[in-house]
Design a binder for this molecule. Structure first.
Ligand SMILES: Cc1cc2nc3c(=O)[nH]c(=O)nc-3n(C[C@H](O)[C@H](O)[C@H](O)COP(=O)(O)OP(=O)(O)OC[C@H]3O[C@@H](n4cnc5c(N)ncnc54)[C@H](O)[C@@H]3O)c2cc1C
Length: 399
């Protein structure tokens, strides 16, 4: 049996960050990740300010720097927002997660490629069974604390019968359009997207397209990266996903998905769930739940990487102080107002396409753009910014 102060289950952004902070403070930490070569389906977009706050070197993890954002309404009204005070870093999730785990290892955390199987005992100590990937051997680990960071498909949460958080479904793909007589030639292997009135080659803009015809309770997106783009859409009904993606691609590019060549590192499309935040899971005794397993994804934007990393940091700080109950307090004092506000706006926004039209129109106002960007890019922005943003909605949209 192995013995450690903290066992971290899951080596994504939440778990790897928890391991880094724990080991950095001198605490014994073992991180188990079932597959070190796993690449989570994800756009990989992280605000530069978030990387800075968490001490992650931007130049090491960024594939492409995005400085503009376009929002397109169901009727085709488009707003372009130039990011100020930061930008969006597009990372590749396999590499990004590996970087975070390496940083944890450098601080002294042990990384084990093993799958969490079950909790044998949850008492003063926690006894867990994990299965090593290389040999299939089962190992028991005795720890004072567990950071459960095994994502939305969590086995830890079901192991303690914790409250389930709701979720939406996404479908995404990495695309590199097939050159065809109608598309421009590639230059030096660079990506050449099918021509569109909105997006040119080398355009450093991410795009968010709204419309219930191709996204429900969600948006469809394009995040350009290095030599490819992440595209995708979301729905509350898994059965709609493929149709929605086809419709979005037709709307955006005028051609079907089959016209795009798959990239050699990825399957053509991948479906995956994304949590809906409910704020009801923090810790059960000495098991602290961080990231997607606890639903910590921002409503509307569905940004989860930053919040996963911060929850990992807060979980680690609580363990270091020996007070697992302060985890909830740390999280709530920093993020609760923001999450509640965004949930409220989401409920308004996704009621129907008319509301989305009004939402997009509202973001044509420079003062609304400024506040929205401040909230997205400057995570420490105080409640003043939140209240101003909500006031715009109250005033103009009467919500
Ligand atoms: C299509 C899509 C696009 C997205 N785009 C963005 C984006 O652009 N920007 C953004 O901020 N967020 C985005 N998100 C959300 C973001 O991906 C998640 O919020 C984030 O990955 C959560 O991190 P995590 O560490 O909690 O969980 P995960 O990243 O899911 O990590 C969990 C880890 O646990 C491991 N694991 C699972 N079970 C076990 C087990 N039994 N034993 C051991 N290990 C286990 C997994 O292999 C995985 O490595 C997107 C989500 C989706 C679905």
């Amino acid at each position: 049996m192995l013995r450690t102060k903290a066992l971290i289950i899951g080596g994504g952004p939440a778990g790897a960050t928890a391991a880094r902070f724990l080991a950095g403070s001198g605490a014994e930490a073992i991180l188990v990740e079932r597959d070190l070569s796993y690449v989570k389906p994800c756009g990989g977009g992280i605000p530069s300010t978030a990387l800075e706050e968490l001490g992650i070197p931007e130049e090491k993890v960024t594939k492409r720097k995005i400085t503009k954002m376009r929002i397109v309404s169901p009727k085709g009204e488009s707003v372009e927002v130039v990011m100020k005070g930061g930008h969006l870093c597009i990372t590749e999730r396999g590499e990004f997660d590996s970087h975070l785990r390496e940083a944890a290892k450098d601080k002294g955390a042990s990384i084990l490629e093993a799958e969490f199987i079950r909790f044998n005992d949850i008492g003063k100590n926690i006894i867990s069974t994990v299965r090593k990937k290389s040999t299939g051997e089962e190992i028991t680990i005795k720890s004072d604390y567990v950071v459960a960071a095994d994502g939305i498909t969590s086995r830890t949460a079901s192991g303690v019968k914790s409250p389930n958080c709701g979720s939406l479904y996404t479908i995404s793909a990495y695309i590199k359009p097939t050159p065809s007589p109608s598309s421009p030639p590639t230059r030096g292997g660079e990506i050449a997207l099918v021509p569109s009135p909105l997006m040119g080659e080398g355009d450093d803009a991410c795009e968010f397209w709204f419309g219930s015809n191709h996204a429900s309770n969600f948006y469809s997106w394009i995040f350009p990266s290095q030599g490819y783009s992440s595209i995708g859409t979301g729905s509350k009904d898994a059965k709609e996903l493929s149709t929605f993606l086809d419709r979005f691609i037709k709307r955006r590019f005028g051609v079907p998905l089959k016209d795009f060549a798959p990239l050699n590192f990825s399957k053509k499309t991948r479906a995956f769930r994304i949590p809906l935040w409910e704020g009801n899971l923090f810790n059960i005794k000495n098991i602290l739940f961080a990231g997607d397993v606890a639903g910590m994804v921002m409503p509307i934007t569905y940004e989860g990487i930053y919040y996963a990393m911060k929850s990992g940091e807060f979980a680690a700080r609580s363990i270091i102080e020996g007070k697992p109950d302060i985890y909830k307090k740390l999280w709530k004092s920093r993020f609760k107002t923001r999450f509640l506000l965004m949930s409220k706006i989401r409920n308004y926004l996704f009621k129907d396409d008319e509301n989305i039209e009004k939402f997009v129109a509202l973001h044509k106002r420079p003062e609304v753009q400024e506040i929205a960007m401040r909230l997205w890019l400057k995570k420490e922005a105080g409640s003043g910014s939140l209240i101003s943003y909500l006031n715009f909605f109250r005033h103009f949209l009467k919500i």
